[in-house]
Design a protein around this ligand. Structure first.
Ligand code: GLU
Length: 394
């Protein structure tokens, strides 16, 4: 009965684990939850008030498929001021979260059988999104020594005459690695030369601990021509449940994305969009406070991990994840299918700690830890990992 597409799809492991943890908590089981990447902060007050006002003023009707003009104007200003990117409101489409922004883009760009390069480790949903929209995911290995950032040579080796696009996640979910301008420039050059579109997933752009963050599209006019800048409010403004993402790209592509969106969902919730306008107008301070808290937690978590023998991390310069190499216990643990699943099952069942297995992101030697959580939970979680690992006498 099910379509081939539905049969070939694996449900989201990040959402699956988070749902399981909620169920366990509801049964009274105490769990330290460092699994899902969801800010533990609340949406800024002004944004919530703006949503209430929108409801009171009956701003509850259909609006433009591309999103509220007021929001696209505010995003246009933000992109110029913060990312050195000149996009007009006609080049911006607001969607129901980053996932939807990506899916719209894939529908607009990729024909059946065309290939989309996905550097490993990848964010859990990319391969499934590509398959669901008719493309072929091409998973490309990257090196731990390079913090799992794809190099121009790795990219070149993966290109075929069917390659249409590549995902560049910066800062990375799951690793937290951040590309430098020089690294991006090398990738962009290869993409432009081969007419490959860059899906620049910059959802964590604000959560970057380096002095400089470079948006792919800002590298050159040619880069901008081939890039779809993808961003959203979930992580930067703690608005996961409001479901607001956006794309900024060429007018032609934006028109196609907006047309597709118009048929699929009309547009994102109008009330949520009014809240987002307010985020851009008056919530800068709230967002900066969150980033400062993530940075302090990152520093503390990294220091604690350094004390655990046998484990190593990818350098986390952004986002709010630690990608931990567990391979030193690989030959000491019995597992049938996936090593990282077994590690995570043991952590959950024996230590009441929820984290995400690396296999969800294409690297089975690793686990992902989210530090978008209370510092006491982070400390308790790392202590549990320490206890778990100490049983193997490394
Ligand atoms: N993006 C977050 C994560 O990776 C939220 C869950 C999801 O959307 O998959 O945990």
């Amino acid at each position: 009965m099910l379509s081939l597409k539905a049969q070939s799809m694996t449900p989201s492991m990040t959402l699956g684990i988070s749902t399981k943890v909620k169920e366990m908590k509801a049964q009274g089981i105490e769990i330290t939850n460092l699994s899902i990447g969801e800010p533990d902060f609340y949406t800024p007050k002004n944004a919530k008030t703006a949503a209430e006002i929108a409801i009171k003023n009956n701003k509850t009707k259909y609006d433009a498929a591309a999103g509220l003009l007021e929001l696209r104007k505010a995003l246009s200003k933000k992109l110029l001021a913060e990312n050195n990117l000149m996009y007009s409101p006609e080049e911006i489409v607001v969607s129901n979260g980053g996932k939807h922004a990506i899916t719209n883009t894939l529908i607009a760009l990729v024909d059946p059988g065309q290939e989309v390069i996905i550097p490993k480790p990848y964010w859990v949903s990319y391969p499934e999104m590509v398959k669901l929209t008719g493309g072929v995911p091409v998973l490309v290995d990257t090196k731990k020594e390079n913090n799992f950032k794809i190099t121009k040579d790795e990219l070149k080796a993966a290109i075929t005459d069917k390659t249409k696009a590549i995902f560049i996640t910066n800062p990375s979910n799951p690793t937290g690695a951040v590309y430098t301008k020089e690294e991006l420039t090398e990738i962009v050059d290869v993409c432009v030369e081969n007419k490959i579109y860059i899906l620049a997933d910059e959802l964590y752009e604000r959560i970057c601990y380096l002095d400089e963050f470079t948006s792919v599209a800002s590298i050159s006019d040619a880069a901008k021509e081939y890039t779809v800048t993808i961003n959203g409010f979930s992580k930067s403004a703690a608005m996961t449940g409001w479901r607001l993402g956006y794309t900024a790209t060429t007018k032609e592509l934006a028109k196609a994305i907006s047309g597709i969106q118009g048929h699929l969902v009309s547009h994102p919730c109008t009330i949520a969009q009014w809240a987002a306008v307010e985020v851009l107008n008056s919530c800068e301070g709230d967002m900066q406070k969150m980033v400062a808290a993530y940075r302090a937690r990152r520093d503390e978590a990294v220091a604690l991990f350094e004390e655990i023998p046998g484990l190593s991390l990818v350098q986390p310069d952004g986002a709010f994840y630690l990608f931990v190499d567990m391979s030193s216990i690989k030959d000491k643990l019995h597992y049938s299918d996936s090593f990282s699943m077994e590690v995570c099952n043991k952590l959950l069942e024996d230590h009441q700690l929820a984290v995400v297995p690396g296999v969800a992101f294409g690297n089975d030697d690793f686990i992902r830890i989210s530090y978008a959580a209370d510092i006491n939970d982070i400390k308790a979680g790392i202590e549990k990992i320490k206890n778990f690992v100490s049983g193997f006498n490394l």
